[in-house]
Design a protein around this ligand. Structure first.
Ligand SMILES: Nc1ncnc2c1ncn2[C@@H]1O[C@H](COP(=O)(O)OP(=O)(O)OP(=O)(O)O)[C@@H](O)[C@H]1O
Length: 307
């Protein structure tokens, strides 16, 4: 079996003062995947990432990065991962190109192998190569952080909330760069509050809440976990106060003179049955559309259940 890109077993962290930020988290990230780590504010995502980055000491469990144990082979572990933190961290008096060169030097990348300009081009900052970093906009700074995390060509890139405060267009650019890295074989781990983003980008999603893992599944499976489905039905005549009803319907509402919005649980009924029940009550169906549950629905129901 190929080794995982990241393997975490029973990872725990209790901060001084007693806050238990991680409580026995076990998960593994497959090589070549895009893995999403989701959770409400304060769930423990940054703590987990900071442990991998060597910025926070764990209080229990083990973590291996690209097969290297963070306790026993820290240098190899660190060389295998590039981390983009939530906070913007670089000297504002250096230019972007200097920032990348210095970082490459820090990782011992020989001058001939440095790809600073190529990295700036990839994050659309080549025209800012020689500007002071402090003059960059927030979105530009974030893209510089991504380039900085990639100077040593790590096989894993971790992004902790990389698009917080970044506008939609820049976010799209950032994600297309992240996708192209992934296509070239880089394993991606990201935390985000944008659930749609996670749904669109990630192959697999783990959710943590209060320091505990509450889900870890392929994205599709996770989305399928939402039981509520909604079907919009247009019928052939005006609806009066007597709406069709059945105990298979969780909720039924009139959304127009001839249209109905029916919510049902997919483990109790199928769309066909729901439509059959409407027809059975004397309505001919003119049009139908369905709404599939998205990650937001799953996320809310899981975090609510675990609260
Ligand atoms: N240095 C610290 N000392 C004490 N408690 C801390 C420290 N850092 C984080 N915590 C606490 O640990 C818990 C987990 O925080 P963490 O930053 O890992 O969450 P998060 O999921 O990344 O949240 P967010 O999405 O808001 O960044 C929180 O209750 C937080 O207040």
């Amino acid at each position: 079996m190929t080794q995982a890109a990241i393997e975490i077993i029973d990872l725990s962290k209790t901060y001084k003062g007693g806050k238990r930020a991680l409580d026995g988290v076990t998960l593994s990230v497959q090589r070549g995947s895009i893995f999403g780590l989701l959770g409400p504010n304060g769930a423990g995502k940054s703590t987990l990432i900071n442990i991998l980055a060597g910025l926070v000491n764990k209080t229990g469990g083990t973590a291996r990065i690209w097969g290297f144990d963070i306790d026993e082979q820290l240098r190899n572990a660190k060389n295998s991962i590039g981390i983009v933190n939530q906070e913007i961290m670089f000297d504002p008096f250096f230019t972007p190109i200097e920032t990348l060169d210095i970082q490459a030097g820090y990782y011992g990348v020989p001058k001939a192998e440095r790809r600073s300009m190529e990295l700036l081009r990839a994050v659309h900052l080549e025209d800012k190569a020689r500007a002071y970093s402090r003059t960059l906009s927030g979105g530009m700074k974030r893209r510089l952080m991504v380039a900085k995390a990639m100077v040593h060509s790590p096989p894993i890139l971790v992004l902790d909330e990389p698009t917080a405060g970044v506008d939609i267009e820049l976010r799209q650019q950032l994600w297309s760069y992240v996708r192209s890295l992934n296509e070239r074989g880089v394993t991606i781990v990201l935390t985000t509050h944008y659930l749609e983003e996670a749904e669109e980008l990630c192959d697999r999603i783990a959710i943590i809440n209060n320091g505990r893992l509450i889900a870890d599944k392929p994205t599709r499976e996770l989305v399928n976990m939402a039981q509520e489905k909604v079907v919009e039905v247009t019928v052939d005549r005006d609806l009066d106060a007597d709406l069709p009803n059945h105990d298979h319907f969780e909720k039924i509402e009139r959304s127009g003179p001839r249209s109905l919005t029916i919510t049902y649980l997919k483990n109790r009924a199928t769309a066909g049955e729901v439509l059959g029940l409407v027809q059975g009550q004397g309505f001919a169906i003119v049009d139908v559309s369905t709404h599939d549950p998205d990650l937001e629905d799953v996320f809310l129901s899981l975090t609510r259940a675990a609260a």
